[in-house]
Design a protein around this ligand. Structure first.
Ligand code: ARG
Length: 281
């Protein structure tokens, strides 16, 4: 048997790519309104704990060699910690979000200003509801775009025109998975992981065709917000309780890290929601 490797002993060689992330300290975090099924304003939140949990995530990115920039948190915008929703950045172009709910709409101007201050030239605000990387997942094959609860499918044409990349529409059907990034994540440029139960039949067909080798997650993984992960192509950071999904990702050659973001989960967000990837050409 020398020279022969069993398939399980030769996993795909994964490679990390250093990333630029934008984040927002949960300085003003609390749950004062409810715009998704996870939010219960009657439940107390602990700001100090939210801050400590968030710092852990930021430190882990730094330890892995990633570059993290931050935007100044604004009072009265408790969900601003969910930086992924502020924009979608592909190459050096920025599609600023247009939030569905009035409670979050003021975040958009702050992000537009932040990108101007950071030297970006092509900054466009979406005409239709578009919640940034919450609903847009960039892969090498296409930009995947979720709709059904938040982003308006018409914002997809705007994204396609701005970025000059194919945008593939995916319809979400379960209100618990109201943003695409609660049900699907990019592991690298050609590999994704998703929970099939969150999508309609046509979207599943499209996903199977585009990513026949995708890693599939089950309902339990999804309810633990396991899909709300961040991957650099090799290291995958996911919420602490999602241990079964982490084991499956390790079988696929990824290295997994867990962070406890239990406070932020009270607002319906976790690792990915806190992290906006800034892509440079
Ligand atoms: N409370 C926030 C909202 O409902 C959570 C956003 C989570 N962000 C995300 N990228 N899924 O808008």
């Amino acid at each position: 048997m020398t020279g022969l490797l069993a398939p399980e002993a030769s996993p795909v060689r994964r490679k990390a790519r250093l990333r630029n992330y934008a984040m927002c300290r949960p300085e003003h975090f609390e749950v004062t309104y409810s715009i998704n099924p996870w939010m219960d304003p009657g439940k107390p939140t602990d700001k100090a704990l939210a801050l400590a949990q968030w710092e852990n995530l930021r430190n882990l990115y730094a330890e892995l060699g990633h570059y993290v920039q931050t935007i100044e948190p604004a009072p009265g915008l408790p969900d601003m910690v969910f930086a992924a929703n502020g924009a979608l950045v592909v190459d050096d172009k920025v599609l600023i979000s247009r939030f569905r709910h009035p409670e979050r709409q003021a975040e958009a101007d702050l992000w537009a200003q932040w990108f101007r201050d950071h030297g970006y030239r092509e900054i466009v605000q979406a005409d239709f509801t578009s919640e940034g990387e919450g609903d847009y997942v960039t892969t090498g094959r296409a930009v995947l775009a979720g709709n059904g609860f938040r982003s308006d499918p018409r914002s997809q044409a705007e994204a396609e025109a701005l970025f000059g990349r194919p945008v593939v529409s995916l319809k979400l059907t379960d209100p618990r998975f109201y943003h695409l990034d609660t049900a699907l994540a990019a592991l690298d440029d050609d590999q994704i992981v998703y929970y099939p139960g969150a999508f309609d039949a046509e979207s599943l067909r499209v996903l199977q065709e585009l990513f026949p080798d995708a890693v599939l997650a089950d309902e339990e993984d999804a309810l633990l917000f396991g899909l709300n992960l961040v991957s650099d192509g090799y290291h995958v950071i996911l919420p602490e309780p999602a241990t079964r999904l982490a084991a499956r990702l390790r079988d696929h050659g990824f290295v997994t890290y867990h962070v406890d973001l239990s406070e932020l989960l009270k607002a319906g967000g976790s690792v990915k929601c806190c992290t906006l990837e800034i892509r440079h050409p």
